[in-house]
Design a protein around this ligand. Structure first.
Ligand code: DAH
Length: 348
């Protein structure tokens, strides 16, 4: 093929293509255009196959003309493709017009669980008194949960905390007191220690005020000259912070394997102001926590010199505090995930 023939053909093709592209107004006909002018059976492809027949002196220019023909056809195609896409988008946007006058959708505001509110309150208050927060796992060793807090294998107090066993040496912790063993191990005989540990515990218990899962917050203070009066003062401050200055705080002697002496702590009943009612079983007081001076056995077993240091500990039931504060009668409400119950605790 001659160069002059190619030039002539090429400008005819460009004229034809420029006319035809004007009639293209949908993707299907654009594809037809592509097949006709750029496809396998197009003149363009045919010209390329003729390259080898072109005489050597014309071959370079022949190639240049072919390239510019191909570029021109491609750009006709590309421009049209872009235009069709834009038109399609425009149509879609017009069809999907957003009505900005419609009211927005309300975001549902979650709420803190009452236990969480109490845990936050206790933690931030006790942190202001210099306590720091420790954590431990809910799946705990028999050693930490019982042995190292002075409850050996055959001890009758194990019966009261008939626990959920994972295997012979592992239980779901029945109290947060196991954190005492963990912290003492970590501190390796050093002091002062002044920690609290809020967390979930498990016990075989089931009535309106007891659940097989509930929350406690443990406290442990170790140092030289730590005395019972420190304990009483801290607990009085905490309980008055939680229940109000007007509540009376009462200490009674009690028994816990890990403390000696041990106490139980009551507050005067808010319902009857100490006169006696159904809530306080006509005693005028409601028990809220257990505490005591850490038993020398516990200190010794966990690497502390009981001649040098003393310690106090306490364990407060979170659910109990929440039930009293918010006048909740059944502890099950805390664990059924009932939105209507939980919604009451949304802060306005
Ligand atoms: N662990 C006890 C319980 O679950 C609560 C308790 C009592 C913790 C006295 C203490 C304590 O640290 O000194 O009933």
């Amino acid at each position: 093929m001659k160069l002059s023939d190619l030039k002539e053909e090429s400008s005819k093709i460009i004229d034809e293509a420029s006319k035809e592209i004007n009639n293209v107004n949908e993707t299907a006909s654009l594809n037809e255009f592509k097949n006709k002018f750029l496809g396998k059976k197009s003149s363009l492809t045919d010209f390329y196959s003729k390259m080898k027949e072109v005489i050597a002196s014309e071959r370079k220019d022949f190639g240049l003309v072919l390239t510019s023909l191909r570029d021109k056809l491609n750009s006709l195609y590309d421009e049209k493709e872009k235009k069709l896409k834009e038109e399609k988008l425009k149509k879609k946007m017009l069809a999907e017009k957003v009505d900005i006058t419609l009211p927005g959708r309300d975001m549902l505001l979650g709420s803190k669980h009452p236990n969480e509110i109490i845990i936050d309150d206790i933690t931030s208050y006790l942190m202001s008194l210099g306590f720091s927060v420790e954590e431990g796992p809910e799946v705990e060793s028999d050693l930490n949960n019982f042995e190292l807090v002075n409850i050996p294998k055959d001890h009758p107090s194990r019966d009261m905390q008939d626990s959920f066993s994972i295997n012979e040496n592992t239980v779901l912790r029945s109290h947060t007191s196991c954190i005492q063993a963990r912290v003492m191990k970590k501190m390796n005989g050093t002091y002062p220690v002044k920690i609290i540990c809020p967390g979930k515990v498990y016990r075989r218990d089931n009535d309106a005020t007891h659940s097989h899962e509930f929350f406690q917050c443990e406290g442990l203070v170790i140092g030289e000259h730590v005395t019972m009066s420190h304990l009483l003062e801290t607990l009085t401050l905490l309980l008055k912070h939680l229940f109000g200055e007007k509540r009376e705080v009462r200490f009674r002697p009690s028994y816990f394997p890990f403390t000696e002496p041990s106490i139980e702590v009551d507050i005067s009943c808010a319902e009857c102001n100490g006169k006696g009612c159904n809530l306080c079983k006509h005693t005028g007081f409601i028990e809220v926590l257990g505490a005591g001076m850490v038993h020398p056995n516990v200190l010794r077993m966990n690497g502390y010199d009981d001649k040098k240091v003393s310690a106090y500990a306490f364990g407060i039931g979170i659910d109990r505090v929440a039930m009293l504060k918010y006048k909740i009668e059944d502890i099950k409400n805390f664990y059924t995930g009932d939105i209507n119950f939980l919604k009451q605790f949304v802060k306005e």
